[in-house]
Design a protein around this ligand. Structure first.
Ligand code: PXG
Length: 303
């Protein structure tokens, strides 16, 4: 089945799917997006992704030309037309075509693009052995200038960090905020485990409030694992019992070394392993059915 892309209400073969070069998403990174997963014929946490998208839109005064219900249906229909059961959905809303000035009021109508494709997974070996990370010198955007809670099309901050990661040979890297606290990675949230408690930075210090993050925190609480949202430093990562990252692409992935310091035993720890197992089971059985007829035959509920 060849890929078709949703653009402003129509479906186009991917070679013909295009937007204007005057779109302010292209000219200025003025817009927002979501990266969403489908597992086993269901869109994972679709409502949470739609809520975050519309909150980002509200924060940048962007009028999304579809309401949430229409957007939900457009996402599901894009999945259906591409025969997606397990895959990755990229939902983009940009400011739309305007002139060469940066004034968003010149853009008459926002552009909506939905791509549903398959996803390249990290090798399973990395989940079994754990990954090594390092801290980069590029600081995460400050809350006062471009709040990381807005999932904006302006990802240069993260890309600069990713370039540092590539140059140093790391798959993912830790970013600090301007106060020197650990906040997140280029495309993942970070967790440490200390004395049996799960700790992650609070959302006001400059993070994207990850949907995978929130799911893992909920799964931990259900299992009686204490969960705390607290600021911490690199020292706390180096001296943690366990560490892992979460994100739509990575799911939950163990970290066994940071800045050359071995974390815990140097192997994925028991709480990390328990939460990764729980997350995978949860993701396989929850979500909005793409093909309602098929879903009736599967266990689990919408949500
Ligand atoms: N922090 C940042 C900066 C992100 O970009 C996350 C945390 C995790 O959030 P979610 O809601 O996904 O748990 C992200 C998400 C990609 C890709 O292609 C990146 C993300 C999501 C999907 C795909 O690199 N980043």
């Amino acid at each position: 089945m060849s890929t078709v892309v949703y653009v402003n209400g129509g479906f186009f073969p991917k070679e013909q799917a295009s937007v204007s070069v005057f779109d302010h998403g292209f000219l200025y990174g003025d817009g927002i997006f979501e990266g969403i997963r489908a597992y086993n014929g269901r869109v994972f946490k679709l409502e949470e992704h739609l809520d975050r998208l519309y909150e980002s839109a509200h924060a940048i005064l962007l009028d999304v030309p579809l309401n949430k219900g229409e957007m939900r249906e457009a996402v599901l229909e894009t999945c259906r037309r591409n025969g997606i059961h397990d895959g990755y959905i990229r939902l983009v809303v940009s400011r739309g075509a305007g002139d060469l000035g940066l004034d968003p009021r010149k853009c008459r109508r926002a552009t909506v693009v939905i791509i549903a494709d398959t996803i390249q997974l990290y090798p399973e070996e990395l989940y079994e052995r754990g990954m090594k990370v390092a801290t980069v010198s590029t600081r995460r955007n400050s809350v006062e200038s471009l709040n990381p809670r807005i999932k904006s099309l302006n990802y240069l901050n993260n890309i600069l960090a990713k370039i540092e990661a590539n140059l140093a040979g790391y798959a993912e890297v830790i970013m600090l905020n301007s106060d020197g606290y650990v906040v997140e990675c280029t495309g993942d949230n970070i967790f440490i485990i200390k004395n049996g408690a799960l700790i992650t930075p609070p959302r006001h210090v400059g993070i994207l409030e990850g949907i995978t993050r929130n799911t893992v925190m909920e799964l931990a609480r259900e299992r009686g694992i204490p969960v705390r949202e607290e600021v911490f430093t690199r020292h706390d990562v180096w001296t943690a019992d366990e560490c892992f990252l979460t994100g739509t692409a990575a799911e939950a992935i163990p970290v066994v070394e940071a800045d050359g310091r071995i974390i815990g035993t140097g192997r994925p720890g028991p709480i990390t392993t328990e939460l990764i197992t729980a997350f995978r089971a949860y993701a396989q059985t929850r979500g909005t059915p793409i093909y309602p007829g098929e879903a009736a035959a599967l266990p689990g509920a919408r949500g």
